[in-house]
Design a protein around this ligand. Structure first.
Ligand SMILES: [Zn+2]
Length: 168
């Protein structure tokens, strides 16, 4: 009860352990050279912070390394679908995107798919996630996005770059 009041006050909850494990595994496929230094003197790889927001719809967003999934996205997706969604949002961060555009969404789809498949997830099973996705002004047609994901070469070079928070 106290915890639910607290999380309601914060407006966010942490991912369930199984989903957190998937998201971290996907994130770990990129940017191995990037290190984060913590207040306690420890260091580790650059990793986004994952949270859960309310809502039955399957949705997510990425802002400066803070990645939020709706509750629906954490409960209604298969592991492969969730890995692709996490990869897409992580890719927005890795690519330094500040806003949404057709170009940015496709770039995040491609890099996100590469991260997910390198983490061991099956893209041919993951693309069923596009059943939840409509076509908006900023989002390419689902068929185009599905094709972009399936065209990714999982054995291709490891993505390099610097997360947006470190390039400023
Ligand atoms: Zn996106």
């Amino acid at each position: 009860m106290v915890l639910s009041v607290l999380t309601a006050m914060l407006g966010a909850m942490l991912l369930p352990d199984d989903r957190q494990a998937i998201a971290l595994k996907v994130a770990a496929q990129g940017l191995p050279e990037c290190r984060m230094y913590h207040a306690d003197g420890s260091e580790g790889p650059c990793l986004p912070v994952f949270t859960v927001t309310r809502g039955k719809a399957v949705n997510s967003r990425s802002l400066a390394g803070q990645i939020a999934f709706t509750h629906g996205a954490t409960t209604r997706l298969s592991d492969d679908e969730f890995a692709l969604l996490a990869g897409h949002e992580i890719a927005h961060w890795y690519l330094g995107h500040r806003g949404s555009s057709l170009e940015a969404e496709l770039a995040a789809d491609r890099l996100g798919a590469l991260l997910a498949c390198r983490a061991g997830y099956d893209l041919t099973r993951a693309v069923s996630i596009f059943r939840f996705v409509g076509r908006g002004r900023d989002h390419p047609a689902p068929a185009l996005r599905r094709a972009a994901v399936l065209a990714v070469d999982c054995q291709g070079p490891r993505p390099l770059g610097t997360p947006a928070m470190h390039s400023r």
